[in-house]
Design a protein around this ligand. Structure first.
Ligand code: SF4
Ligand code: SF4
Ligand code: SF4
Length: 301
């Protein structure tokens, strides 16, 4: 079928256009170009071969032959000719690729891949649930949500508005450690585990990363429970903030509830930045102004 014959109408979401860049590689005189940001819906930060083929076709037909993978796993197709935008969007949309990921809204959810062997708990499904419920929701300013499957925190959850990290509590019940063994002590990056008689003891520096459990080849350490650490109010950019710890060992549904509460509070409590009549505070700035406890209190109905 010729592309010109594609006469059906799709109800498409609004286009996420990134302002900007001059079209260096397209010689289009008198016509505008746009940079198009797209991502998979339902959310997966894993793109299928079919989707990548569609991307290839779109950038070759309507763009300048380039694509950029953004820090939040959006695919940015620069320099799409504006007259071709509708066709480009339709082709992407059919492949399950939606425009979005820009503006004052909940941005693309960022999770670890599900195949990482270091994951304490899988986070892809939880990320998809959060995406299905909250992605692209209008907010006072942009909101980023990141999930990490372990404390290595590859998705940088400490510096996002809401960061979720899978954690595990170590069981040290055994007292049969071989003399001289310090494998777990050496593996701990925080000095949180030490030898105590025939066993080991964990102190309050522990961040529940489970590196000691991986290091113990004698099976003396166990995983007592797993859950999620939730950090609120981090950000990257011109100023950097680390999120404050709101929960440790939260369960899946508790994480969803916390995110819902944080977003509702942010919607109700954000103010314009000092001296600005246009830009509202980032979530972390509201947390800084009110304190985490006050911020997380249920907003007035
Ligand atoms: S944070 Fe942990 S689970 Fe996620 S990709 Fe990094 S090492 Fe793997
Ligand atoms: S869980 Fe991590 S921080 Fe805690 S004792 Fe083990 S290695 Fe150290
Ligand atoms: S817990 Fe394992 S690694 Fe640590 S001292 Fe005991 S046997 Fe060694």
């Amino acid at each position: 079928m010729e592309r010109e014959e594609m006469s059906f109408d799709l109800e498409m979401p609004s286009v996420g256009v990134i302002k900007g860049v001059l079209a260096k590689d397209i010689e289009v005189v008198g016509e505008k170009v746009v940079n198009l940001r797209t991502c998979a819906r339902p959310y997966r930060n894993i793109y299928s071969v079919a989707q990548l083929r569609t991307i290839k076709n779109v950038i070759e037909r309507y763009g300048s032959g380039k694509v950029h993978l953004s820090p939040r796993h959006n695919l940015e197709i620069p320099e799409v000719r504006q007259k071709d935008l509708d066709r480009a969007l339709k082709e992407l949309y059919i492949a399950g690729l939606f425009p979005g990921g820009a503006g004052t809204s909940v941005r693309n959810i960022f999770t670890c891949p599900h195949w990482c062997p270091k994951a304490v708990r899988p986070v892809q499904e939880l990320g998809m649930m959060v995406s299905a419920n909250f992605a692209d929701r209008d907010m006072p300013n942009k909101v980023t949500v990141s999930f990490a499957g372990c404390s290595n925190a590859c998705s940088r959850p400490q510096n996002t508005d809401i960061g979720v990290i899978a954690v595990g509590r170590v069981g040290t019940g055994s007292s049969g450690c071989p003399d001289g063994c310090t494998e777990c002590v050496e593996a701990c990056p925080f000095g949180a585990i030490e030898r105590a008689g025939r066993g080991v003891r964990i102190n309050d520096k522990c961040i529940y990363c489970l590196k000691c459990v991986d290091a113990c080849t004698d099976g003396m350490l166990t995983v007592e429970e797993t859950g999620f650490r939730v950090l609120i109010g981090g950000k990257e950019g011109s100023t950097v903030r680390f999120g404050a710890e709101y929960a440790v060992f939260a369960g899946d549904f508790e994480v969803l509830e916390i995110i819902e509460r944080a977003l509702s509070s942010y919607l109700k409590k954000a103010e314009f930045r000092p001296g600005s009549a246009k830009k509202k505070e980032r979530l972390g700035e509201v947390v800084e102004r009110l304190g985490l406890e006050e911020f997380m209190k249920a907003p007035p109905a």
